[in-house]
Design a protein around this ligand. Structure first.
Ligand code: GUN
Ligand code: ZN
Length: 426
């Protein structure tokens, strides 16, 4: 059975940061055909209706059909501590994060939060995330099982920490390697799930643990590796104390085999020239987490990097202050404004879809609307509240129509979500 979704279709023929804004293409009266979980055709509504006369029709009028949002850096176990007041990174971890992550020693709690988290993000149009779990293997099982049940493409890994974390949240170099390997072999490539090797960040791993995870990554080179890099200046000073031999923060990873294509670094705000050059040379990915970077007081990401390497966009739940990628795009816009750059809606939307997909090396599967891509879609109401509706009245093109939803939209703007060719909930 073919499903035919009708509306305004937004798709990308290239990267708007590199190829210009014409890389974004809009079909005013477009259609997307879906069969067996994949997009089989995209084009003018009249053409596709003629081509698929027996298709089940879903007519969304002037609503926008886009690839589902991809949130490239989250901590699902921090769902319940989102919006916790008054701390900067290290204090925030010790006061709110670590006590909450301790609770994941209970597999039932991990399952409860994993399911709650995925329901929250799907309601906001996010169809894929790349998540940290906790050090507990059962927390990885919980998020993969919850995603598998929903047919989602999802990336996750066990967070590894063998120092500077409380008793109960520490593993060792050996157990981090063994547990990660076992989880990787259990989940990686099963259905739409991918395992990600996950040292939390250099302050909570000994060089021995980083080395063990570097060895694991060499044995499983098609996995991604995720960690944090240069988020706050205090953190960078701490890394300098902990790793006196290293040239800089990036070097603490590079020295242990944790820098190459497939490395996904969250935040990456306060980079040296050497670090930038090495990241570009190595083909690494960076993830911009704008609500987190303002909420925890970290700093302003340099978006000009998007012309040089892969940059994704993320909420960084629960350091970030909102589950919504619309809200995250708004924050990315504001952060860029503070650095003297005005990001175009076509660029913001690209970051939340193809940009994040590319940062996670899955842009050939998700993050765009094209034949052969997996059918993860979001349908956006461009007039979801009276405030947004009145702001769109003078719009002369789709971008002017869309921008108020980027800046003011929330879950009310999400009219429909499709995951793997199925409508949620169906
Ligand atoms: N650096 C190390 N761990 C974390 C975390 O959980 N959140 C954020 N924002 N930064 C981190
Ligand atoms: Zn993070």
């Amino acid at each position: 059975m073919t499903d035919l979704i009708l509306g305004q279709v937004l798709r990308y023929a290239g990267d708007p940061f590199v190829d210009g804004l014409s890389a974004a293409q809009i079909l005013g009266q477009g259609a997307v055909a879906i069969e067996a979980g994949r997009i089989t055709a995209v084009g003018e509504a009249a053409d596709l209706r003629a081509r698929y006369p027996r298709a089940r029709l879903h007519n969304h009028g002037r609503k926008l059909i886009s690839a589902g949002f991809i949130d490239a850096h989250v901590h699902y176990p921090q769902t319940a501590i989102i919006a916790s007041w008054g701390k900067r990174l290290i204090d925030w971890l010790n006061t709110y994060t670590f006590p909450e992550e301790m609770r994941f020693s209970d597999p039932a709690y991990a399952q409860e939060i994993a399911n709650r988290y995925l329901n929250l993000i799907l309601a906001r149009g996010t169809t894929t995330v790349c998540s940290y779990a906790t050090i507990h293997p059962a927390s990885v099982d919980a998020i993969f099982t919850a995603a598998q049940t929903r047919g989602m493409r999802l990336f996750a890994g066990k967070t590894c920490m063998d120092r500077n974390a409380p008793e109960g949240l520490r593993d060792t170099a050996r157990t981090a390697y063994d547990d990660s390997k076992r989880l990787l072999e259990k989940w990686h490539g099963i259905d739409r799930l991918s395992y990600v090797i996950t040292p939390r960040f250099s302050p909570t791993s000994t060089p021995e643990q980083l080395q063990a995870l570097g060895a694991l990554w060499r044995d499983y080179p098609d996995c991604l590796m995720q960690t944090h890099l240069s988020e706050q200046t205090d953190e960078i000073a701490w890394v300098k104390d902990l790793f006196p031999q290293s040239r800089d923060y990036l070097d603490t990873y590079e020295a242990q085999g944790l820098l190459r294509e497939g490395a996904v670094y969250g935040h990456a705000i306060h980079l040296t020239d050497r670090e930038r050059a090495r990241l570009v040379e190595a083909g690494a990915s960076l993830v911009h987490c704008p609500t987190s970077n303002t909420f925890i007081g970290s700093g302003l990401f340099d978006m000009t990097l998007a012309t040089k390497l892969r940059v994704g966009l993320a909420t960084d739940t629960g350091g970030g202050s909102n589950f919504s990628m619309l809200h995250t795009m708004a924050a990315a816009y504001e952060v860029a404004q503070l650095r003297g750059q005005s990001l175009h809606p076509a660029q913001l939307w690209w970051l939340a879809t193809q940009g994040s997909a590319r940062a996670l090396s899955c842009e050939d599967r998700i993050g765009n609307i094209a034949p052969g891509m997996e059918a993860d879609l979001v349908v956006i109401d461009l007039a979801s509240t009276p405030a947004i509706e009145q702001a769109t009245r003078r719009a002369e093109d789709l971008w002017q129509q869309l921008f108020p939803t980027i800046m003011m939209g929330d879950d009310r703007a999400v009219a429909e979500v499709w995951v793997g060719g199925k409508r949620i909930p169906d």
